[in-house]
Write a protein that binds this ligand. Structure first.
Ligand SMILES: NC(=O)c1ccc[n+]([C@@H]2O[C@H](COP(=O)([O-])OP(=O)(O)OC[C@H]3O[C@@H](n4cnc5c(N)ncnc54)[C@H](O)[C@@H]3O)[C@@H](O)[C@H]2O)c1
Length: 257
């Protein structure tokens, strides 16, 4: 089950954190994986590629800023040149820059939306054009439990929550529009997952906030990237052929509590 042999998968934000583990998991299932990240991050992508190759997998890496359409087109052209197809997109790249709503500048708002929301749309749009040619595709958009509609508001995350909530709406719409093209589109909304994004000073788990969050989560711990990657593997597989337009929460029971 969950065999991805002969599939080509592109992961954005793949140098570290969850993106890196998604790439490793996809390769383990047999997919050829294109690991991408922004600027200096792309050098770290090369080490993810080496990890995949060391396990007899096939992978390539590219520098890709998801907020730039020209970058997306350049990388997709390279993928087609190398592998001739694109079957799976994991829209994982994102930034999180907590700030009180009264202090968020116009520029900070625009940067957040441009990377977290516009970036996912542009990647999905280009990927869907390629997937449609083979009448088969899988798109995974990484949202967050900080996306609204779940009974929890996240102070200090107005622009982040707006971007992640937008992803849920966009996912449903794309799923409906592209169902006839053989493409499924789903979102994964992680809860608190242990990655560099939330470990940096001033971020979610810094200081006593970590303990507070762990107490709120029924499983009494934060999640591991692998626990989200397992959901990615299922959703991009043939076995998930009747699943589209849905958002899956991987949150240790946080929302149920
Ligand atoms: N860690 C959590 O608790 C958590 C919870 C919910 C959702 N998420 C989401 O999961 C995804 C992965 O986050 P993570 O926790 O692994 O964080 P991370 O910071 O380790 O990974 C994010 C990656 O995105 C890359 N990136 C940033 N801007 C980019 C751009 N313009 N173009 C391309 N790549 C860019 C970064 O270089 C980084 O490698 C993000 O979308 C994040 O919002 C994380």
């Amino acid at each position: 089950m969950f065999e991805l042999k002969n599939k080509v998968a592109l992961v954005t934000g793949g140098r570290r954190g969850m993106g890196r583990v998604h790439a490793l998991f996809l390769a383990r299932q047999g997919a050829k994986v294109v690991v991408t990240d922004i600027g200096a991050g792309a050098a770290e992508c090369a080490s993810v590629v080496r990890e995949i190759q060391a396990a007899d997998g096939e992978a390539l890496c590219f520098d890709l800023d998801v907020s730039k359409k020209a970058d997306i087109d350049r990388v997709c052209d390279e993928v087609l040149k190398a592998y001739g197809r694109l079957d799976i997109l994991v829209n994982n790249a994102g930034i999180y820059a907590p700030k009180p709503a009264l202090d968020i500048t116009e520029e900070e708002w625009e940067t957040m939306i441009s990377i977290n929301l516009k970036g996912q749309f542009l990647c999905a749009q280009r990927a869907a054009r390629e997937m449609a040619k083979n009448k088969w595709g899988r798109i995974i958009n990484i949202s967050s439990i900080a996306s609204g509609g779940v009974g929890i508001g996240f102070a200090g995350a107005a622009h982040y929550a707006a971007s992640k909530g937008g992803i849920v709406g966009m996912t449903e719409t794309l799923a409906v529009e592209w169902a006839g093209l053989g493409i499924t589109v789903n979102a994964i909304a992680p809860g608190a997952i242990d990655t560099p994004m939330v470990r940096e000073p001033g971020k979610v788990f810094a200081g006593e906030m970590m303990e507070e969050i762990v107490q709120r989560v029924p499983l009494k711990r934060i999640g591991k990237p692998e626990e989200v990657s397992a959901m990615v593997v299922f959703l991009v597989s043939e076995e998930a052929s009747y699943v589209t337009g849905a958002t899956f929460y991987v949150d240790g029971g946080w929302l149920a509590a």
